[in-house]
Design a binder for this molecule. Structure first.
Ligand code: SF4
Length: 278
């Protein structure tokens, strides 16, 4: 009985992972496309407008031809919500690895995952500790993929600020975008984690990138406006549109600590969620 359950789990999670990657790599979420369209409509600089037009054409072409939106198909980061009646067994993560391997062949995805020191490529987008899988309790068995490109991941930053530097949080976030410049393929989205521990802040920043970007609170909007005033512009070529949205998540932290993590996402802000069907 236990073996059958693991077999079902493995197959269902593998299928859901493959399906979610196939969607995410070829269709941008509607809120991201809408934000890019709004930026195109309001952008006044001719070069910036042309860049946004090219990005929108690229998105439409990817959808039409079922081809990846970007040549960097990223590394898959997986979020699973597990209802109480589904057992947590190794079959779940094995299913994710199988789904990633199958999607690498079917989409196809660029094999991006290598051993960090030897740089040997597995060819499957899997490796030691990869893909990253986050499993949390939930009401329904859902699986979300967030393929993450290196251009934007490489310029993400974390700071262990001191409590006395609470007024510097906004500045650190904006400086991160300034230092990144055109390298993360703007317009960008900033996922921000404030509080927790070193690792929790980084996780919150990544998790913030799952949030819809059609709404921002006052703090998020202020940071977004600050970043847009930098004038970096689409693909770093200047213009009003540098940042589409900022999403912030917080957690309690040590009284002597103030961790702040900024995970930068590029315009190819891919994510897709599917139900895992057993
Ligand atoms: S940062 Fe994003 S848009 Fe730029 S190459 Fe990487 S995945 Fe593609």
């Amino acid at each position: 009985m236990h073996t059958v359950t693991d077999t079902h789990l493995f197959r269902a999670v593998s299928d859901a992972t493959k399906k979610a990657l196939e969607i995410a790599e070829t269709h941008l979420p509607e809120d991201v496309t809408a934000a890019l369209e709004a930026a195109y409509a309001s952008e006044e600089e001719p070069i910036a407008r042309a860049e946004l037009g090219a990005i929108l054409d690229n998105i439409a072409l990817a959808e039409e031809t079922k081809r990846p939106i970007c040549q960097d198909t990223g590394v898959p980061v997986i979020f699973i919500t597990l209802p109480p009646d589904i057992p947590y067994t190794p079959a779940i993560e094995e299913g994710v690895r199988d789904g990633v391997t199958r999607a690498t062949a079917s989409v196809p995805l660029r094999p991006n995952v290598v051993s960090p020191m030897t740089r040997a490529n597995s060819g499957t987008n899997c490796g030691e500790g990869m893909p990253v899988v986050h499993i949390t309790p939930g009401d329904t068995f859902m699986l979300t993929v967030l393929p993450k490109g290196a251009g934007s991941e490489n310029v993400s930053r974390i700071a262990m600020l001191l409590p006395s530097q609470v007024d510097n949080v906004r500045r650190f976030i904006v400086e991160t975008a300034l230092e990144a410049g055109g390298r993360p393929c703007p317009p960008i989205i900033l996922g921000v984690g404030i509080g927790g521990t070193f690792d929790r802040a980084a996780f919150l920043a990544k998790e913030a990138l799952l949030e819809p970007i059609d709404e921002m609170d006052t703090f998020e909007q202020q940071i977004c406006d600050d970043v847009n005033h930098l004038g970096i512009g689409p693909m770093g070529l200047g213009g009003r549109t540098t940042c589409l949205a900022v999403k912030v998540k917080q957690a309690g932290c040590h009284t002597a600590s103030l961790p702040v993590a900024v995970n930068i996402q590029c315009w190819a802000a891919r994510r897709a969620t599917v139900r895992v069907i057993l």
